[in-house]
Write a protein that binds this ligand. Sequence first.
Ligand SMILES: CCCCCCCCCCCC(=O)SCCNC(=O)CCNC(=O)[C@H](O)C(C)(C)COP(=O)(O)OP(=O)(O)OC[C@H]1O[C@@H](n2cnc3c(N)ncnc32)[C@H](O)[C@@H]1OP(=O)(O)O
Length: 218
Amino acid sequence: MKGAPDQQWNVPAGENSQHEGGFRADLAVTTERGGPTYGEMIEQVRLFMDKVRYASPTPALADEVIEDLKKLNAKLDTMLVDEWTSPSGTRIDLPSRGNITLPPYEIRDGGPDGVDATVTFRPFHLGGNGVAHGGHVAIAFDDLGGMAAALKLGGVARTGYLTVNYRSLTPLQKPLALRTWVERFEGRKYFVRGTLHDGDRLCAEMDALFIALKPGQA
Ligand SMILES: CCCCCCCCCCCC(=O)SCCNC(=O)CCNC(=O)[C@H](O)C(C)(C)COP(=O)(O)OP(=O)(O)OC[C@H]1O[C@@H](n2cnc3c(N)ncnc32)[C@H](O)[C@@H]1OP(=O)(O)O
């Protein structure tokens, strides 16, 4: 288990299910899309982004990298699919469900009582002075806060607001404990809290509202 808690995700849509607009009516999660080495492909892209963040190439090297990237982009152009059938975000066996845009996290435990995850910000998540950019911290809270709301309501919710209080610096390249839970809900409104710790030290806290979509709502 890496990108999502153990539970039955692939539940068929019913007449009260949320519309596919914005989110899937059928939450199709997989462990096969993209093949057995898809996770390694994503990891190599992250590594590349790490290198790009710190590289100072000569003009010749930059030109060489551009040519290599053009070839790689052309290769992927031959196999583009829509968002509903892409492996990205659906591969529950991979960190962050194989979603390259998220900081890589692994789920330790998750259910209606909340989500416990380990997130590791990468070198490319650098904000300055060797620590994480606050926006990347907010992305981690958004996805895992949304997951806590989803596990509580049994559907998918959208972020209404999300406030992050940055309490101390968030290190890179170190497993950090991120926890999210639904503090209370009123109708469609799920008030979600979150914490990010480096050991015993609180790095950041989240206070967010996730709103369950109405059936048919885009
Ligand atoms: C393995 C798979 C894992 C799956 C896990 C995957 C998790 C992924 C999570 C990612 C989540 C995202 O990033 S989502 C993307 C970022 N968010 C968005 O783009 C949302 C954009 N906004 C919207 O689409 C809309 O505003 C909605 C849908 C959020 C709400 O619109 P609506 O449906 O018309 O509802 P509306 O009547 O306005 O509001 C309902 C109630 O909420 C209140 N409300 C609404 N917005 C706010 C607000 N900002 N602050 C306070 N209160 C608010 C209203 O006053 C009302 O209260 P009352 O009168 O009832 O008391």
